[in-house]
Design a protein around this ligand. Structure first.
Ligand SMILES: NC(=O)c1ccc[n+]([C@@H]2O[C@H](COP(=O)([O-])OP(=O)(O)OC[C@H]3O[C@@H](n4cnc5c(N)ncnc54)[C@H](O)[C@@H]3O)[C@@H](O)[C@H]2O)c1
Length: 341
């Protein structure tokens, strides 16, 4: 009787997903989507280094809990992770400008803390680890790049990410489970932890609030992907039952490679433009690359479905509801680190 009750209680336990960096721009959309599925227990670890606010009531959801821990607190995180089924690693200091502003803190978090935590996580018996990296690792390329192309990281941020990718691929035998490295395109779209330091989000905000801006290197290419698509794709990777070994995948869509000028032209279809000053050869951001995303489709049979136009309309409508709230963009993005531990 006791054993059968114990067994049925065990059966009822929902699989646990640990999202490290769950209160960030991508993490909060992902956690909200996973909560809605109702089939998982979601545990997040995030110490909110920007003191960021989440717009929704995610913290009150029954199948969700955020632990206010830094990724440097590896023993505490190990004790949480050892009871989990999947780990999704998102926590980082994210973006070229913020890592340029805080190079030493960024390298500490993105390399030192991340590396020691990954070593500890290698000792858990989880089923899969997803490490989220970036297409910024490609830096500059005249040819369209794929997962086999050379990496040419230009920023502190991309250098940090490449370092971790190399570690994971070299040490994969020391992990008892597959590691899926996802190189994300540049994100856009609405999130409960909004970031206006991302190209499309920033441009749309400038248009809606009629703020003049400088358009640096308008003819440089980059791939873009809606944040909801990242969430869909992570869900697919978690649930994939086929055996896929440790590997790297670009995540984005071949249809969403655009220059910054093309993005501005798309926004112009919906809004009058503010004054835009074109700044060529600025050296502010030298990245220039187009990415091929066919490997993701081939292995996981999934592809992004949200267009840049969808994201532009979505952001216009959200800002228009509360334009004053978004007048100070520094409250919504990776502009200033408020907490470091
Ligand atoms: N947003 C993009 O365009 C984009 C593109 C490519 C890859 N990525 C990757 O996706 C992931 C998530 O990015 P995002 O856009 O959500 O960024 P984000 O800055 O909104 O989220 C990162 C989260 O990590 C947390 N964090 C940072 N340092 C921490 C620490 N020491 N301990 C605990 N938590 C800490 C922050 O508080 C934040 O909530 C990152 O790994 C990033 O490299 C993002």
């Amino acid at each position: 009787m006791y054993i059968s009750r114990l067994m049925s209680a065990k059966k009822k336990q929902k699989p646990k997903i640990l999202v490290i960096g769950g209160q960030g721009y991508i993490g909060s959309v992902l956690c909200e989507d996973l909560i809605k599925k109702k089939t998982y227990q979601i545990i997040s670890i995030d110490n909110k280094i920007y003191n960021q606010k989440i717009f929704t009531n995610i913290n009150k959801k029954k199948n969700y809990k955020n632990y206010n821990l830094s990724i440097s607190e590896k023993k505490k995180i190990f004790n949480i992770a050892k009871n989990c089924d999947f780990v999704i690693f998102l926590a980082s200091v994210v973006g070229d400008p913020i890592t340029k502003k805080y190079p030493s803190i960024s390298t500490k978090i993105n390399e030192k803390f991340t590396l020691s935590l990954l070593k500890v996580l290698s000792k858990t018996k989880i089923k899969k680890l997803i490490y989220v990296s970036t297409c910024s690792n490609y830096g500059i390329s005249k040819k369209i790049v794929n997962e086999k192309s050379p990496l040419r990281p230009l920023s502190v941020y991309a250098k940090n990410k490449v370092m971790i990718e190399k570690f994971l691929l070299k040490e994969k035998k020391n992990f008892k489970y597959p590691i899926i490295i996802l190189r994300f395109a540049t994100a856009f779209g609405w999130s409960s932890r909004m970031r206006f330091d991302l190209t499309i989000n920033e441009f749309v905000r400038n248009f809606v609030l009629k703020e003049n801006f400088d358009l640096y290197d308008p003819f440089t290419w980059r791939p873009y992907c809606h944040v909801k698509d990242f969430s869909r794709i992570i869900y697919k990777v978690i649930n994939n039952k086929q055996k896929i070994k440790t590997d790297v995948f670009n995540v984005g869509s071949n249809f969403n490679n655009f220059t910054k000028q093309q993005i501005v032209n798309k926004i112009k279809k919906y809004l009058k433009k503010p004054m835009i000053t074109l700044v060529n050869k600025s050296k502010v951001d030298m990245r220039n690359y187009k990415v091929d995303f066919s490997k993701l489709k081939k292995f996981y049979n999934i592809y992004p479905k949200y267009s840049v136009e969808y994201g532009i309309k979505e952001i216009i409508s959200k800002i228009n509801k509360k334009p004053k709230k978004f007048s100070d963009k520094t409250k919504f993005g990776n502009y200033e680190i408020k907490k470091f531990r």
